[in-house]
Write a protein that binds this ligand. Structure first.
Ligand code: SF4
Ligand code: SF4
Length: 158
């Protein structure tokens, strides 16, 4: 089994081992939600509508290994393509590190607990609806907290 180096999350993405890359994910599930794009501004507008393969109770993909058979456009994030994925939530650990920002205090690698991702309001667990039940995406626009939004995390950090 691969060993994770101490503080590996402070290293450049290109220096990470495969195991460290995988461990960087906070498990929030936000990348598995549908987004809309504003035609005029190009702004990415998040929704609370989940991919049909997302387990909305755990924020995990129900069949990650075979997901392409069901969701052909599901993207596998890699060191090569991560910098181009501007639709990723601003809280995404890969996006933060690709932009040279540190992981936030609620990230499980910093806090030592996966529960803090949920307590900080970042996890989609229990807050999303499956695409098979949702209806028009326009009816499901939501605001997810920003990585640096201290007010949103106030309850958890108090
Ligand atoms: S197929 Fe799985 S990993 Fe891909 S978007 Fe859907 S739930 Fe997420
Ligand atoms: S948004 Fe980023 S950190 Fe959250 S589950 Fe997706 S890849 Fe992992």
């Amino acid at each position: 089994m691969d060993t994770l180096r101490p503080q590996f999350w402070t290293l450049p993405l290109t220096a990470l081992t495969r195991a460290e890359w995988e461990a960087l994910c906070d498990g929030c599930g936000q990348c598995c939600l549908h987004k809309l794009e504003d035609d005029d501004t190009g702004e990415i507008l998040p929704t609370n509508v989940a991919c049909k393969l997302l387990d909305t109770g755990t924020a995990q993909c129900k069949d990650y290994r075979n997901r392409k058979a069901y969701v052909p456009d599901c993207l596998r994030l890699t060191m090569r393509n991560v910098a181009d994925q501007h639709w990723l939530p601003r809280t995404c650990a890969y996006r933060l590190r690709a932009e040279g920002d540190p992981l936030p205090s609620w990230h499980y690698l910093i806090s030592g607990s996966r529960e803090t991702v949920r307590e900080a309001g970042i996890s989609v667990i229990g807050r999303v609806i499956c695409e098979t039940e949702a209806g028009p995406l326009e009816h499901h626009l939501v605001d997810w907290p920003d990585a640096g939004d201290q007010q949103a995390f106030g309850d958890w950090e108090a």
